[in-house]
Design a protein around this ligand. Structure first.
Ligand code: GTP
Ligand code: MG
Length: 246
């Protein structure tokens, strides 16, 4: 599962920002579909605690194939675990999070397979936040994190909100990457870190909430407010819940 270093390609016509002239049709989710099959979400507006928001964050899940990106998103959105045989995501997929007031915007699920990489690169540019996953039962997926970070550095916005997630923390017997190793790597790269499980639901809501809080904090642009510390927030919430270090 080793990954070659990304080459900066021209990118497909998949870029969400260059498809305006494309003929579009409506999908069932209310988004536009370009003639090349790429999905473009319309900008959502939703009310939250009586207030009106028109914030449309774009959040992406990235990481090697099989680390659990799709399952994590389904767990967050539907509160369920996608059991059964593994169906690898093709290209790019999106799911609206409008029902979740936690994160007003759109969450994009990407394919981890190398052959779809040029498609996902095209989407990095507009992402406000990235959830980068590895699988604690798969050493190669952990070893590839450095290459993913290089790729993110190359293709994403400089101020993109980033969190590293060690997924499948429920799989105690198959675990090959210790939590401490994840913490060490994250510290080395200055990225917040948390272990999750799409299967048990461990820290899934917390990971998305932490990202949403950071995004909202930035959106408000209140200079007198102290900077929101994502890692501190995550640590505090985990302590409060009396969990979750495996
Ligand atoms: N034990 C355990 N298994 C998980 C967890 N999350 C996902 N899986 C399993 O891992 C496999 C891959 O999950 P997916 O969510 O499809 O992986 P993905 O990252 O979306 O893969 P691509 O779409 O190919 O990039 C599936 O068989 C899931 O059932 C988890 O938290 N714990
Ligand atoms: Mg997938």
């Amino acid at each position: 599962m080793s990954r070659k270093k990304a080459t900066k390609g021209k990118g497909p016509t998949a870029s969400p920002s260059n498809g305006k002239e494309e003929k579009r049709r409506k999908s069932s989710a209310g988004a536009a579909i370009q003639s090349n099959g790429v999905l473009l979400p319309s900008r959502p507006s939703l009310s939250n605690s009586g207030e009106f928001y028109d914030i449309s964050f774009k959040v992406m899940l990235v990481g090697d194939s099989g680390v659990g990106k799709t399952c994590l998103l389904v767990r967050f959105k539907d509160g369920a675990f996608l059991a059964g045989s593994f169906i690898s995501t093709v290209g790019i997929d999106f799911r609206v999070s409008g029902i979740k007031h936690t994160l007003p915007g759109w969450i994009w699920d990407t394919a981890g397979q190398e052959r779809f990489r040029s498609v996902t690169h095209a989407y990095y540019r507009d992402a406000h936040a990235l959830l980068l996953l590895y699988d604690v039962t798969n050493k190669a997926s952990f070893d590839n994190i450095q290459a993913w970070l290089t790729e993110i550095h190359e293709f994403a916005k400089e101020d993109v909100v980033l969190i590293l997630l060690g997924n499948k923390a429920d799989a105690t017997h198959e675990r090959v990457v210790k939590r401490e190793e994840g913490e060490k790597l994250a510290k080395e790269f200055g990225v917040p870190f948390i272990e999750t499980s799409a299967k048990s639901g461990l820290n899934v809501e917390l990971a998305f909430t932490a990202v949403a809080k950071e995004l909202k904090h930035r959106e408000m642009k209140e200079p007198c407010n102290p900077k929101f510390q994502l890692q501190e927030y995550v640590n505090k919430e985990m302590k409060g819940a009396g969990c979750c270090h495996s």
